[in-house]
Ligand binder design. Structure first.
Ligand code: PLP
Length: 223
């Protein structure tokens, strides 16, 4: 698999305004460097320590996105440099990110992750849970995080219509939150959905960011 050609091909298909997050989890820095050489600057990782190590070894103009489940105790590894955290699924995590951002003199952009899949194993908030967070006094007191949109992962299935319905649902959640909590907040604009197998559907349903790993870097081997 040729990393550079895969990136060029995917970019040629994506409409302007849809950002490609190249998911480089488990892959070596040499692979990331290849992608970097054809202009890719946004990379997604799901392990905080792995992301921190890679960020030190690679050029500083890379935008690092945390896409995987994040434990509070690990926020400190990424707080100095992470550009966007896609996987915020609790008020406690948001509070922790806020504290670590403050220590670093930063404001960290976050997405609220929603549970849109049918599988119970997948993480994410319900609409009511998100509403509860955004209505809370605790949230109102946070000055070092900024919620810029939503994220979701569709069910792993061959049923394209089901995937489409789940992405459509996420878009509806985004629109409801925008009206209820983010009117006049032009930074609230991101919908992160779509992976290697389903990003075409996600784009049709309104994704502003797609997270693509194996179609760029090849399949992953987990140790
Ligand atoms: C691994 C991962 C991806 C990329 O998956 P591919 O199927 O390899 O494109 C996207 N989003 C999340 C949250 C992931 O964990």
């Amino acid at each position: 698999m040729d990393i550079q050609n895969s990136i060029k091909e995917i970019l040629s298909e994506l409409p302007a305004g849809v950002k490609l997050v190249a998911v480089s989890k488990t892959k070596p820095v040499e692979d990331i460097r290849q992608a970097y050489e054809v202009g890719q600057r946004v990379f997604g990782e799901n392990r905080p320590q792995e992301m921190a190590v890679k960020s030190r070894e690679l050029p500083q103009d890379i935008e690092w996105h945390m896409i995987g489940q994040l434990q509070e105790k690990n926020v400190k590894y990424i707080a100095p440099f992470v550009r966007l955290i896609h996987s915020v699924d609790s008020l406690k995590l948001l509070q922790k990110i806020d504290r670590e951002a403050e220590k670093n003199g930063r404001i960290i952009d976050c997405l609220l992750e929603f549970h849109i899949a049918e599988e119970m194993t997948k993480s994410g908030l319900s609409f009511e849970e998100a509403r509860h967070i955004l209505d809370s006094e605790e949230y109102a007191g946070l000055n070092h995080v900024r919620i810029v949109g939503v994220m979701g992962i569709a069910t792993y299935t061959d049923n394209r219509e089901q995937i489409r319905a789940e992405f459509h649902h996420l878009k509806q959640i985004f629109e409801k939150l925008e009206v209820l909590f983010f009117t006049d907040k032009s930074y609230f604009k991101e919908i992160s959905m779509g992976m290697s197998e389903d990003y075409n559907i996600a784009v049709e349903e309104g994704a502003t960011m797609v997270r693509i790993g194996s179609s760029i870097f090849g399949s992953r081997i987990y140790k």
